[in-house]
Design a protein around this ligand. Structure first.
Ligand SMILES: [Fe+2]
Length: 269
């Protein structure tokens, strides 16, 4: 089987570059992925007009879209909204499903909401979410390629071991391992990188490939261009193509190929 997934993150409508968002829509039409996975932070401050902009963007995507919220999709200053209805706007404008699933005969992708009302930028995974995730993967064929999408990371980026990761990350990775997850897609840092989750969680036995996306469309670039990932899956191989906004258009700037061997994911030529 071959599948192509476009992985976008941290769109931050309200602090976005309209020309970059328009070019991204054109790129998607050309790439024609099986799925567009968006790992959170669709808005800058969870304002209604920002969600409306994000909705308009999503409506321009012709293929299936799976999206999870980020911490920026929870209102920061409206305390009533924040504490009692943190994801009300996200649910009404973007996605009304708490744990969205994309599944076909060969691929199962689950979105996991890590955004929480009680932390400003941190995230968390609950035991109930882990149970629900395990139950969904249980219904998939054993041979199904399994992907989880979160906003908050379950491991820090290379060279920054002290960056905060989601609460209960250690328990979460144990649950992902038990469910036979192959790949984790995430965002939040506005940095693109790939790594093996077990390198940060020594208690893990299973190799899970972590793919982080930069910010696709926002001005909050943190020394990176606007970037996104194109992930091509043809087991046992997976290729992660990084596309960056340079000189007025998106272009591929690197392609990294991995192979799942008995010992786990390894980078290959
Ligand atoms: Fe963000």
């Amino acid at each position: 089987m071959t599948r192509r997934i476009v992985h976008l993150s941290d769109l931050h409508f309200g602090r976005h570059e309209p020309a970059v968002a328009d070019a991204l829509i054109e790129d998607l039409a050309t790439l024609a992925p099986d799925l567009v996975a968006i790992s959170g932070d669709l808005t800058q401050r969870a304002r209604r007009h920002e969600f409306a902009l994000a909705r308009t963007f999503l409506d321009r995507i012709a293929m299936p879209v799976l999206v999870v919220p980020g911490n920026h999709d929870v209102p920061l200053y409206n305390v009533g909204q924040r504490l009692f209805r943190p994801l009300e706007r996200f649910r009404s404008y973007i996605c009304n499903v708490r744990q969205p699933v994309f599944a076909d005969a060969k691929l199962t992708v689950i979105g996991l909401d890590t955004a929480r009302a009680l932390t400003v930028s941190g995230g968390r995974v609950s035991t109930e979410q882990m149970r629900e995730l395990a139950a969904t993967f249980d219904t998939a064929p054993a041979s199904s390629f399994k992907i989880v999408v979160t906003h908050h990371p379950l491991m820090p980026p290379p060279g920054a071991p002290d960056r905060a990761i989601a609460g209960r990350a250690a328990e979460a990775v144990t649950a992902l391992e038990a469910a036979g997850v192959d790949v984790l897609l995430a965002g939040h840092f506005h940095r693109s990188f790939t790594a093996d989750l077990k390198n940060h969680h020594p208690h893990m036995h299973r190799s899970i490939l972590v793919v982080h996306a930069g910010t696709a469309t926002s001005t909050r670039r943190r020394n990176e261009d606007n970037t996104y990932n194109v992930i091509e899956i043809a087991p046992p191989y997976l290729t992660c193509r990084l596309r960056a906004w340079r000189s007025g258009s998106f272009a591929e700037i690197s392609a990294t190929r991995f192979c799942r061997r008995a010992a786990g994911w390894v980078e290959v030529d």
